[in-house]
Design a protein around this ligand. Sequence first.
Ligand code: TLP
Length: 341
Amino acid sequence: MVEKNLDFRSDTVTLPSPEMREAAYKAAVGDDVYGDDPTVNELEATACEVFGKEAALFVTSGTMGNAVAVLAHTQRGDEIILDEKSHIYVNEVGGLAVMGQLMARTIPGEKGYMKPEQIEAAIRRENIHYPPTSLLCLENTQNMHGGIALTPQQMKSNYDVAKEHGLGVHLDGARVFNASVALNIDVKELAQYTDTIQICLSKGLAAPVGSLVVGPEDVMKRARKYRKMLGGGMRQAGIIAAPGLIALTKMVDRLADDHKNAKILAEGVSKLGIKVMNDVQTNMVYVDFSSIGWTAEDWNKACSDLGWKSRGYGTGTRLVTHYGIEEEDIRDFLEGIAKKI
Ligand code: TLP
């Protein structure tokens, strides 16, 4: 039985499935800093297979995964290129500057896509005055552009220009499975156009905690060392890796339900006069409720009266569909909101 979870704030709120709880309880464990945890080892080996990469690392969070990957690709004083709305740039506490002493060169991508010409123009040429550009960071799906899924062709166009100039490529793939499911392709088709990927197990895939980083052996060896430096070397981590394994192997296909529910939600609110701000491709609907004269307070109260969690700010909010929200819940929500307008 799926536990109900009427919460639109994020897919980070997902609760582990009964099978995940059972797996955590029964997990075989060992000290992972010694490489002795069989469940972590199985999770990492599975990740290598799923993404077609040489090595994998289990980390505590998406933020830590991105941090260790970015550090492993770069040297102090390098410049890295990212979309101006990327999570690494906006929402990771400036870790790239604090931990990596890196300069960020941001690009205004269109719907999350940075054009190859924009990237080409941002890459520093050799000049005594310039810092070296060493890394291009992509994000798929692109959260703040509305959960947009970049296609393999779009990723390839970015990857090719980076490689022409000898840059590393890192993908913040917190929701890369939402992209592969929306595009109806194997995730390897996206994975081939990046060196490293960070994948969150604890968002739509519903694991209670953890992310993976995958990539080439040499880069991942450095990432493992950085994970230890940041205090992320875990001991009997099989307890949390076991639900992660279920997330990776059994929870991907159901993301299609979240995408369908997001479309139903977007069409429904739009019929009520609430403006939908994004092209809904995956599990995110960005709305502007000022179109019906509501403030954030009005929105939050209406949702809370209906038993839903949502956090309006300014004139709108992001609504995220996920495990624990069924189609009938969305329909009930829409009926409830209609009565309040
Ligand atoms: N995103 C969270 C918030 O931090 C905004 C959310 O609710 O969407 N990359 C991307 C693209 C993300 O959306 C997130 C989390 C992360 C990385 C960081 O993952 P965690 O929260 O595990 O550190």
